[in-house]
Write a protein that binds this ligand. Structure first.
Ligand SMILES: Cc1cc2nc3c(=O)[nH]c(=O)nc-3n(C[C@H](O)[C@H](O)[C@H](O)COP(=O)(O)O)c2cc1C
Length: 292
């Protein structure tokens, strides 16, 4: 098989690392691979924060609620960076509003993640292992303070990197027939959809506990209503366990928290310097204030 394709299809996230530093020359190669990723308009609206100091790694692990991260010798926090462009524009007497508009942020997130993915693939190509860390979003304020990020620089995702202790196994995926469409979106039948998900999540169930029943009940009530909660809990009790989507959306990526946390997250983005994330009308007022 083509070496690049083999790399892409064989890879898996690595969560156990050797106690071995990643040499500076290797770090440079990773960063070089990252900055050659495509970006909208070739604008590169991101910054990559390398974290190696043990105390900082420990803090990052704590902020992302995952202890194993402290043992990864190298972390990259990928940030959307609208601050640098703003400075550039100001220094050269050019207009700038990308930090007050949703679209440039939308594109900048894509640019940032594509850069991260280049580095993720490069890590595998160099014999390293890596794992993305999502909760940098939840601890955005603390990570912004820790990395001294100015307004307009927003952490998006982190990548923990190191030499794998053992090669991680390739994880299951949904079939291409369900994910890839030809010309137009193809709606699978319920039977096909369920068969594909049941195969993918084969053996994924969880025993019932009173605590988890309460969590699922709350998720159902907040995301839907009391009637739905009753139906869902009856389904769990009839079967005698939680099924895969009940675990995924009810207990793990909780449907209730998702809804409840959104206002707080928008405030976090506004505090991070993104004017559009405020209430309607704020954006314009902020703009006038900063310019007056
Ligand atoms: C956006 C994103 C966030 C992730 N966050 C975490 C995380 O916080 N902790 C973790 O252990 N893995 C995290 N992962 C890794 C996924 O769990 C992993 O990619 C997925 O289970 C598929 O496994 P594989 O990468 O080994 O194929 C994340 C991956 C992505 C793309």
């Amino acid at each position: 098989m083509n070496a690049t394709l083999k790399l892409l299809t064989d890879r898996a996230s690595c969560r156990v690392f050797k106690n071995k530093r990643v040499p500076a020359a290797v770090v440079d190669k990773l960063v070089e691979a990252g900055i050659h990723a495509p970006t909208g308009g070739n604008l590169q609206p991101y910054s990559i924060i390398k974290i190696e100091r043990p105390a900082a790694r420990k803090k990052l692990a704590k902020l992302c609620w995952q202890e194993f991260l402290a043992k990864a010798p190298l972390h990259f926090v990928f940030c959307v960076d609208l601050h640098r462009h703003k400075r550039w524009a100001r220094l050269e007497n050019a207009p700038y509003s990308a930090d007050r508009s949703l679209r440039p942020f939308w594109i900048a997130i894509q640019d940032t993640i594509i850069c991260a993915q280049n580095m993720c693939v490069a890590a595998d190509a160099l014999g390293l292992g890596s794992v993305y860390i999502g909760p940098v979003f939840d601890s955005m304020a603390q990570i912004r303070r820790m990395c001294r990020l100015p307004k307009g620089v927003v952490p998006v995702i982190s990548l923990a990197v190191g030499y794998p202790k053992v090669k991680p196994p390739r994880r299951k995926r949904l079939p291409a027939a369900l994910l890839a469409h030809s010309e137009v979106y193809r709606e699978p039948t319920d039977k096909e959809l369920l068969a594909a998900y049941r195969k993918r999540y084969e053996g994924v169930t969880q025993a019932i506990t009173a605590k988890d029943l309460k969590v699922l009940d709350s998720a159902c009530r907040v995301a839907h209503n009391a009637g739905f909660a009753e139906k869902c809990l009856k389904d769990v009790k009839t079967r005698g366990n939680f099924n895969a989507p009940q675990i995924v959306f009810g207990l793990h990526y909780r449907a209730d928290r998702m809804l409840r946390n959104t206002p707080k997250q928008l405030r976090m983005l506004k505090t991070a310097g993104l004017g559009w994330a405020g209430k309607r009308g704020d954006t314009c007022a902020d703009h006038q204030m900063t310019n007056s």
